[in-house]
Design a protein around this ligand. Structure first.
Ligand code: NAD
Length: 270
């Protein structure tokens, strides 16, 4: 089979450069090119040099339409605003679209759904194997322990992260809520400040820490009377997310149009 040509939007970003390195090191795929936003200093540079792996003869561009037309799959770790443009192009060109960008709202979900009507779209707030296993465990534990155990979700990320709570923390909250048969929106307590009064029964609380170069740490705490259960995942390197994204792109090859999740890619569905 031909190698899968993978394009990388946001190729100068922390994740974009990591994805470039992983694509280059992975069997079954090849670099198809990369884009950055207009005005970026990366435009015109060599994609491989930007990622620290030597020249690859591919110049970073600012035309996502050309990249989607040239690639078999595109991996997106950019911004929610950029995702709206990229999702439209994925649908138009029927290019496999793998999305790791977080901070998505209903508008972005609708754009992904429209693209998924025409091509394979895999979106995950966290592409690591460990976190996807944790999501399944959290739903199970939340259902087993019941409402006497208060659920709190603690996350820490590097100082550059712009959205909070993290997409992964929110996904863990949705898993915990699903275990109790409730919607997260009705029980989420994302900020506490000042005289908040006692904890409301059934709430799922979030706490956000930011600093240094932390790649991503998440704990789900089940606090009961006399005991506490804590489930924790720590990412040591962003490479785990890049590997997950490249694995997802390869998995999507030949799949019908539709919306897929990391649990499908990892065989954890059902
Ligand atoms: P970053 O700021 O280092 O990189 C984002 C890049 O996108 C930048 O280089 C920026 O110039 C570029 N960009 C912005 N608009 C663009 C456009 N219109 N076209 C092309 N490029 C554009 O950020 P990062 O740390 O790499 O994270 C990127 C996103 O990925 C964030 O939303 C983050 O939360 C998410 N993320 C997800 C996972 C996961 O497993 N799903 C893991 C890590 C990060």
């Amino acid at each position: 089979m031909d190698q899968l040509g993978i394009g990388i939007v946001g190729c100068a970003g922390r994740m974009g450069r990591m994805v470039t390195r992983v694509v280059e090191a992975t069997d079954g795929c090849r670099l198809a090119g990369g884009t950055e936003c207009e005005g970026s200093a990366a435009i015109g540079r060599d994609l491989g040099e930007l990622a620290g792996i030597g020249a690859k003869g591919l110049t970073v561009g600012d035309d996502p339409a050309a990249l989607f037309a040239a690639a078999d799959a595109v991996i997106d770790f950019t911004t929610p605003a950029a995702l709206l443009v990229h999702a439209g192009l994925a649908g138009e060109t029927r290019t496999i679209y793998v999305v790791g960008t977080t901070g998505l709202t209903a508008e972005h979900e609708a754009a992904l759904a429209a693209a998924a009507a025409k091509t394979a779209v895999m979106q995950a707030a966290n592409m690591s194997l460990g976190v996807n296993l944790l999501l399944a465990l959290v739903e199970q534990v939340s259902g087993a322990l019941g409402p006497d155990y208060d659920i709190e979700i603690l996350e820490m990320h590097h100082r550059h992260k712009v959205d909070a709570p993290s997409g992964t923390a929110l996904a863990l909250g949705r898993a915990a809520a699903a275990g109790r048969g409730v919607a997260l929106e009705t029980v989420a307590q994302k900020v506490r400040d000042g005289v908040t009064g006692p904890r409301r029964a059934g709430d799922i609380g979030f706490a956000t820490l930011r600093g240094g170069d932390v790649a991503g740490e998440h704990s789900v705490i089940f606090a009961g009377e006399g005991e506490r259960l804590e489930l924790t995942h720590k990412a040591g390197t962003r490479e785990i997310f890049a590997r997950g994204a490249v694995r997802a792109a390869l998995w999507c090859r030949g799949k019908p149009a539709g919306r897929y999740a990391m649990r499908d890619v990892l065989g954890l569905a059902g």
